[in-house]
Structures are given as structure tokens and as C-alpha cells.
Design a protein around this ligand. Structure first.
Ligand SMILES: [Zn+2]
Ligand SMILES: [Zn+2]
Length: 242
């Protein structure tokens, strides 16, 4: 199994459906920027919702950019998990489960920001009234089991962060869970971090930009043009890239 081309990816990007993201983060703008800087694969991973992914996939069609259906889930333990699916239908199935497991808290737009849905013309069409940046009712194990059951993959997000990381919230990565890849934040040197945490070294790591602004897309650690799709990453991601 060899990776023939120098593929570049950014698998952690928030659209304007995430209240913390800039309003210019429409799927169309994200795709244009990703193509401009030469990315091959991206994932739009909004907090606890896949609401803008279908429109984004429509917009990316025939563009040369491949979108991996994704979401950033917050578990009951306040752990952020990046969830990826091989096809849109599985993500949407998971989205239904997520929506049933979100608490009913109204979004305070002035405080948290707008949560906007867009269509295949990249226009705003509706607002999500329920706050998406909250802990869901699903546990870490329930998310891993549910996502894997739909053919998806779970990647603990920004494991180095002092908040919302599996290391901070649970103290460790449960060894009996099926986790192959972890994400290390772009501002933390992955090499140094793994030196300090040798027990994490057997995981394959990835760095996403966690972009909330267009100018951050593709900034994945030392890499300014997306994270390189290494052979070891490819082994796990292959079925998500077709
Ligand atoms: Zn996060
Ligand atoms: Zn994020």
C-alpha cells in the first residue's frame, strides 16, 4: 500500500453552524480556500451537528476536493471526539442519534454567536436555535461504539489541550476502546508532546487546523498547507478517502 501523491488534508474545520466560527465560514468559502491552498481532503466537523455537510458535499462535487463526512462530538464527560464516516448517509444517521441526545438549551446568539445552516447555493437558510457547543448525553464509550457501528472512525480531538481533551477529562485514553488515531493541536509541537507522553506513541497522530476563520484553513502545526497524508495514516483512512 503506497501513497503515490503528496496528498494534503485538513480534517478539523468548523463551518458557520458552529457558534464559535466566523460567519464567513460557509461551506462554499471553506471549499474555495481549501482548493486555493492546494488541499486534497478536508472534513467539516461542526460541534454536535452535521447540518452543513450535505450542502458542502454538493458544493465540493467535481471540484477536485474530497470531503470526508464528519462531526466533532462532545461526550457526556466533555471530551471532544472527531468522528468520520465513509459515506454521507452514515453521518446523517449518526446525526439523528446526536440530535436526540443533545440537551435543550437555547443558543444565546449575542454571547456564543450565530449557528447558521447554508444550502447548496452557499446561502444562509436557517438558524439552529438549540446551543450546539454542549456536552451530549452520550458517553465516550457510547460514541465510539455508535460511530464504529455505522462504519465510522473516532479520533480524540486536541488530546494535548487543558479543556475538552480525553486526557484532561478522563485522565487517559481507555485502552479497550478502538482508537487508532489521535489529534494533536496545531500550536503544540507533536514531537515534544509525544516525548512527554510516551504511552501515546503507539497511536498514529494527525494535526487538524481546528479552523474557525478562513485564514486558518490548512494551518496544521508546522505545515501551512494541510497535514501530509502519510503511509501510516493512509492505512486507516483509505476507506474514507474514496
Ligand atoms: Zn474541540
Ligand atoms: Zn473543533
Amino acid at each position: 500500500m503506497t501513497v503515490k501523491k503528496d496528498y494534503r488534508c485538513d480534517l478539523h474545520i468548523h463551518s458557520c453552524l458552529s457558534p464559535c466560527a466566523d460567519l464567513l465560514m460557509t461551506p462554499g468559502n471553506i471549499i474555495r480556500e481549501a482548493l486555493r491552498i492546494g488541499l486534497d481532503f478536508i472534513a467539516i466537523t461542526d460541534h454536535n451537528s452535521a447540518g452543513n455537510v450535505r450542502a458542502a458535499m454538493e458544493l465540493a462535487r467535481d471540484s477536485g476536493l474530497k470531503l470526508i463526512p464528519g462531526m466533532e462530538v462532545e461526550t457526556r464527560e466533555e471530551v471532544h471526539l472527531l468522528c468520520y464516516f465513509p459515506v454521507l448517509e452514515s453521518l446523517l444517521e449518526w446525526d439523528e442519534i446526536m440530535q436526540m441526545n443533545l440537551p435543550d438549551i437555547r443558543n444565546d446568539e449575542e454571547f456564543f454567536g450565530y449557528q447558521l445552516y447554508t444550502d447548496e447555493n452557499d446561502e444562509y437558510i436557517a438558524k439552529e436555535e438549540r446551543l450546539l457547543t454542549v456536552a451530549s448525553r452520550l458517553s465516550f464509550s457510547e460514541v465510539v461504539e455508535g460511530v464504529r457501528g455505522l462504519g465510522g472512525m473516532v479520533v480524540p480531538a486536541h488530546v494535548d489541550r487543558p479543556v475538552n481533551s480525553v486526557i484532561r477529562q478522563l485522565g487517559f485514553i481507555p485502552p479497550d476502546e478502538e482508537i487508532d488515531i489521535i489529534e494533536i493541536s496545531r500550536n503544540t509541537g507533536a514531537g515534544k508532546f509525544l516525548e512527554k507522553h510516551p504511552y501515546l506513541q503507539h497511536y498514529v497522530y494527525i494535526t487538524g487546523s481546528d479552523s474557525h476563520y478562513l485564514t486558518d484553513i490548512g494551518k496544521c502545526g508546522r505545515e501551512e498547507r494541510g497535514f501530509p497524508l502519510t503511509e501510516e495514516l493512509y492505512i486507516f483512512l483509505e476507506e474514507f478517502l474514496n
